[in-house]
Ligand binder design. Structure first.
Ligand SMILES: [Cu+2]
Length: 398
């Protein structure tokens, strides 16, 4: 099989001399070449390399790859790890739907803009070196235009330059996943009066996993948590729309995991001594997260969601995750009880709705944790309040 090789020295030379590098050579592929790019001269030998640190040293030409359908899930579920050795062309399609949805117990958000009807959008998963043949569609009932910017894409606007669509339209791009890790995607449409920040605030964000060449070690559980913000104007009893004032002031009304207040996110269940891998992404629009699991300590952290490098190990309590960024963490829970994944900017938990309970079931281990309280004592349960929606919403996460 003919293989394409990235030549790192070519990048150094080009950077020093300013010399133009030649384009990718495709055997029979119609996607590259002067007809499409209009600016570069094809060469049979030399390729551009996007980074000196790229662990992917060679790529199979697109024309040699089999085509498969990609698997999508809704967070907290993630698609199964990609363990195949051969790269593929993975077909994915998302449909933009402008809809409405319940984001908290008594709040129907009327301007919920989504990929595939869910906010956050579906979790997708490929392997480094794969080609993603991605189609973005827009439902005919939509009102405004949209596009998509994938953070895993090396290319103009992460793909948004070539995916702008009006209602009823669709566009397709083919893009290579050059780095492994956890990557955000989001609408970046910034015309027709609605800035990209509005599209994201209304729900147009999600995450895609690019598995490394050597899969991460198998674990008992993988879950996805996406932190994001809603900026809400009251639009009537139990109804809300996007507040431009709150959005411009970077003052979110609610901050959630997986697009819903904590009480609408069912607890996850694991067993004592299970290893858990959490894919955690921050969809923004604006905040930084201090990602923490109450009652657990991370023993592997892939900083900023990149899996090219070895993880940091042992004894990490809280991880910084910026808007548009991600992390991947692992922990083992050796004793039973309730864990809660949070942003340790705790006003977001106690007043703005964020949290995900993880119940650990199994036998106690008194060598690690033992309560010496009198028998029959009531365990402490925090009370969570979300003022501004309805006072009756003071509730307890159990
Ligand atoms: Cu949009």
């Amino acid at each position: 099989m003919k293989r394409i090789t990235y030549l790192g020295t070519g990048v150094v030379l080009a950077a020093i001399t300013g010399a133009a590098l030649s384009s990718v050579s495709h055997s029979g592929g119609a996607a590259a070449g002067p007809g499409r790019s209009g600016a570069v001269t094809p060469s049979a030998t030399l390729l551009r390399m996007p980074s000196m640190n790229n662990p992917l040293v060679d790529l199979a030409p697109k024309s040699s790859l089999q085509v498969i359908k990609g698997i999508k899930t809704v967070a907290p579920e993630v698609p199964p790890p990609v363990t195949r050795e051969q790269n593929k062309i993975v077909e994915y399609e998302l449909t933009v739907r402008e809809t409405a949805g319940k984001i908290a117990p008594n709040l129907n958000y009327l301007s919920l803009w989504t990929f595939d009807g869910v906010a956050p959008g579906p979790v997708m998963r490929v392997k480094v070196g794969d080609v993603i043949r991605f189609t973005l569609r827009s439902d005919t009932k939509n009102v405004t235009s949209h596009n998509i910017d994938f953070h895993f894409i090396t290319g103009a606007c992460g793909g948004c330059a070539d995916t702008g669509i009006k209602p009823g339209q669709s566009k397709t791009i083919e893009v290579r996943a050059l780095y492994p890790g956890l990557f955000m995607y989001h609408c970046a449409y910034n015309q027709e009066g609605n800035m990209a920040a509005v599209h994201i605030a209304n729900g147009m964000y999600g995450f895609l996993i690019v598995d490394p060449k050597e899969p991460l070690p198998a674990v008992e559980h993988e879950f996805m948590l996406v932190e994001s913000e809603f900026y809400v104007d009251n639009a009537g009893p139990g109804r809300g729309i996007c507040s431009l004032d709150a959005l411009m002031n970077e003052n979110p009304t609610y901050i959630f995991f997986n697009g819903k207040s904590a009480e609408l996110n069912p607890p996850l269940t694991i067993h004592v001594n299970d290893r858990v891998r959490l894919y955690m992404g921050h969809g923004g629009v604006n905040g930084f997260a201090a990602f923490h699991v109450i009652g657990a300590i991370f023993d592997k952290v892939y900083p900023d969601g990149g899996t090219s490098d070895a993880p940091r190990e042992h004894g990490i309590q809280t991880v910084t995750v910026p808007a548009g960024g991600a992390t991947i963490v692992e922990f083992v829970a050796p004793v039973p009880g309730k864990l809660t994944a949070v942003d340790h900017n705790l006003s977001r938990v106690f007043f703005k709705g964020l949290g995900q309970v993880i119940n650990v079931v199994g036998a106690p281990n008194h060598e690690i944790y033992e309560s010496l309280a009198p028998a029959g004592s009531t365990p402490y349960e925090p009370e969570i309040r979300m003022p501004g929606i309805a006072s009756s919403w003071a509730h307890t996460i159990r």
